[in-house]
Design a protein around this ligand. Sequence first.
Ligand SMILES: [Zn+2]
Length: 288
Amino acid sequence: MPRMLAVSDEVRAEIGDDEADRLLAGAHAPETYDCTSCRAPGDSSQEATSTVLFVGDETAVLAFAHARCIPSQVVPVSEAQLRGAVESINQAQGGAPAVGAPGSGGGAGGGVGAAAETAPEAERPAPPAAGQPAVLGITCGLVMCGDTAHAALVVEPTGPVGRPGNTSGEDEFLSLLTDHHFQQVTDVDRAPDSPLPGWSVLMAMGKLHAILQPSATGGSSAWWQAHQPLQVTDAWRQAANAQATVTMYAVPAGTVGRQPREDLLRQALDRAAAKGLLVGAILPLAGT
Ligand SMILES: [Zn+2]
């Protein structure tokens, strides 16, 4: 079926006339999509839709947006961001092992949702059966540091996370992260220091895809990646975009749990900080 797609000259120049014409004829273009700008659902058979091409040095990813949100355009991004996005999309099932936290599966199989409009968004897997590796649960929420609302991620494994070869069951999750220069957080009101080099939080099309860490080869690899891209609230996304950073907190298994509201999430973080069970870092935002 023909699609109501706009392909700008610059996008056409990048993808070529043949591919542009195939797109316009309805091939290679999904009927429904999540708008890369406002992230609300769109339908290219029903409403005017813009093609948006994210272009790295070697790779490009085609995305879609409501024409009322943004015009068809080419968006340059770094190759590392783009590769991470593609990896996180392609490897949605299973995922790569989280290198910074050995024993943690990459993708977490939890449901995504929130109890109320203001609830922190969460990907919260079920606890693993005995003998299974821990998986990382991620909760997104706004956390006030002084007067400023920070887009925050709270990472909590479902069980103890040890270094490779450690079979004692001792939980080394926080010390693994402090090895990576995450800081002990004693007061949630004080944001961690400057961004952690090489790490980033990858958003694509308005959803959280992955937390990237520096790889040995100089690029970046996924430290965590979403089983399914994780929906975030508009307020969270706006804060992340405004500051171009996300504050990542990590706690040991069983510390914070699933909190249905941001004020309760904050109280749980305060309690974790008071017990010395909270580490954090500022991570640059990659993507939109
Ligand atoms: Zn839109």
